[in-house]
Design a protein around this ligand. Structure first.
Ligand code: ADP
Ligand code: ZN
Length: 304
């Protein structure tokens, strides 16, 4: 059985692990994400040490974005226009591949987490699903017929425009690009700006939650109408507010108005809009899944 390496590069910390899945993580390390030189140096050091005992078949990189995940692009494998100091245009996949001498899988942290949920978590065996993380930002991944969608680039499902009643909710939104896109309305920082306190300190019966559920339900209805996913997995810090799930399910049903007559959207809704199956390890497991599934990332997807 081949052994893979996984790198989850986050804005503040990077997690590296070696293994084959959730029941077999053999070594791991947490590295603060500082400069690219220092951080990538420590990543390489960790895997080289492991490779002295056992070769790695491939290494997967799941990284904060934005990234260029188009294998046909000359800048494939790079972190692109990130505001994170020093990291813009870092060729993380190229450097890792050269330094470790292994093939690499490369994608966003969101796509990788979706892949892990597909392989081992809440979307196991489901080839058509949407994974949305509602945290510091909002990111989404869509798997269609077993393939994570990559068109021009990875999807930006957090930046969709949804109806915003400014009389009922005068908050202008926190997205630096769009103001009141979905991320601008209900990401963790948006909640903090609108209500002046962090999301986890808002009580479960606060007025915030029906509003958050409404916006997320509007977004989900759009994803449903476009993609008809067989399941929707909602993760990220904000979704730790579990009371959101029944509210979102009810609003999705009401907004669809019974138009899509399938049991999953009616009596089966509790099993349709679900929390993730993997906890905080989803990111690094996703990186390992990227290493193990070349068709989704490492090899160019020529079909468009
Ligand atoms: P990231 O998106 O940075 O990878 P998370 O998914 O943990 O990390 O999201 C962090 C965001 O989620 C922060 O803005 C934080 O305030 C918010 N958050 C974390 N826990 C909760 C909670 N229990 N309830 C509401 N918001 C939360
Ligand atoms: Zn936006």
């Amino acid at each position: 059985m081949p052994v893979w390496g996984g790198i989850e590069a986050g804005g503040t910390k990077t997690v590296c692990a070696v293994g084959t899945g959730p029941d077999d993580l053999r070594a791991d390390v947490r590295i603060p994400t500082t400069t690219p030189d220092e951080t990538i140096g420590r990543i390489v050091q960790f895997f080289r040490r492991y490779q002295e005992n056992e070769p790695l078949a491939a290494v997967g990189i799941a990284t904060f974005g934005p990234v260029d995940s188009n294998p046909d692009s000359p800048s494939f494998g790079r972190i692109t226009t990130t505001p994170k100091p020093g990291w813009a245009h870092t060729d993380i996949a190229g450097i890792i591949q050269r330094e470790l001498g292994t093939p690499v899988g490369f994608d966003t942290d969101v796509n990788a987490a979706a892949l892990a949920e597909h392989q081992w978590g809440a979307a196991r065996g489901i080839g058509n699903f949407v994974y949305l993380t509602v945290g510091t930002g909002i990111g989404g991944a869509a798997m269609v017929s077993g393939t994570l969608i990559h068109g021009l680039n990875h999807p930006e499902m957090g930046h969709i425009r949804i109806p915003h009643d400014r009389a009922a909710d005068p908050f202008v939104g926190s997205c630096p690009y769009h103001g009141d896109c979905l991320e601008g309305l209900v990401s963790g920082p948006a909640l903090e700006q609108r209500w002046g306190q962090k999301g986890h300190t808002l009580p479960p019966d606060h007025d915030a939650w029906p509003l958050v559920a409404e916006y997320l339900a509007l977004a989900l209805v759009n994803y449903i109408c476009v993609l008809m996913p067989r399941r929707i997995v909602l993760g990220g810090g904000v979704m730790k507010q579990r009371q959101l799930f029944p509210m979102i399910r009810a609003r999705v049903q009401a907004l669809l108005g019974g138009y899509v007559a399938v049991p999953e959207l009616q009596e089966g809704i509790d099993g349709y809009i679900v929390p993730p199956g993997l906890g905080s390890r989803a990111g690094v497991l996703g990186a390992i899944a990227l290493a193990a599934r070349p068709s989704s990332s490492r090899c160019p997807q020529r079909a468009r």
